[in-house]
Design a protein around this ligand. Structure first.
Ligand code: HEM
Length: 154
């Protein structure tokens, strides 16, 4: 059915945007920024790049559970009767969400403030924490996609 395909594609696209965006930020943009830019320019870059990326992450964070539970609803399945890999997906989603909220609500304001007041050591310290949490979320996201794709059960 068209509605099933649409919901499924939206779910996949949101997973690609979130996990793929973190991969690009961590593996490509971060080392290039370290090589090319001094601390003030680098911190300024991230305080501009992260809010732009996070607008899309907010979209993914909302659309993933809506489409995920939508698919379960269309299949007339509840969480308890869903396959194990879907239960794991929901659990890992909650972990990824809490790490994202920590970065967005607690760390990003500190980075913006450090850049505005040109406090580069403080900005570097906050950026280091953000980098670590994004790295963890990237690993969890890749694990989640691997489990979902292979439909692994334990
Ligand atoms: C509350 C959150 C979520 C729910 C309820 C949910 C639910 C589902 C459901 C019902 C499917 C269809 C599985 C099937 O066809 O048997 C699915 C597939 C998938 N989900 Fe999620 N999901 C959630 C979060 C996520 C997140 C956070 C990601 C990745 C960032 C993700 C990535 C995927 C992928 C890649 C598939 C395709 C698996 C495949 O068919 O090969 N999901 N999800």
């Amino acid at each position: 059915m068209l509605i099933n395909a649409l919901v499924y594609v939206l779910h996949l696209l949101c997973a690609v945007i979130w996990v793929g965006g973190m991969f690009f930020a961590w593996m490509i943009l971060r080392p290039a920024a370290v090589d090319m830019l001094q601390a003030p320019a680098r911190l300024g870059l991230w305080s501009d790049v992260l809010p732009r990326f996070f607008r899309w992450v907010w979209l993914a964070v909302l659309v993933l559970p809506i489409t995920g539970f939508g698919m379960l609803h269309l299949r007339q399945q509840g969480i308890e009767t869903a396959p194990q890999y879907i239960q794991v997906m929901i659990g890992l989603y909650l972990v990824m969400l809490s790490l994202f909220l920590r970065i967005q609500l607690l760390l990003l304001p500190g980075l913006k403030q450090a850049v505005a007041s040109e406090d580069w050591p403080q900005g570097g310290a906050v950026l280091g924490k953000i980098r670590r949490l994004v790295g963890i979320n990237l690993l969890i996201g890749m694990l989640l996609v691997s489990l979902a794709g292979s439909r692994l059960t334990f």
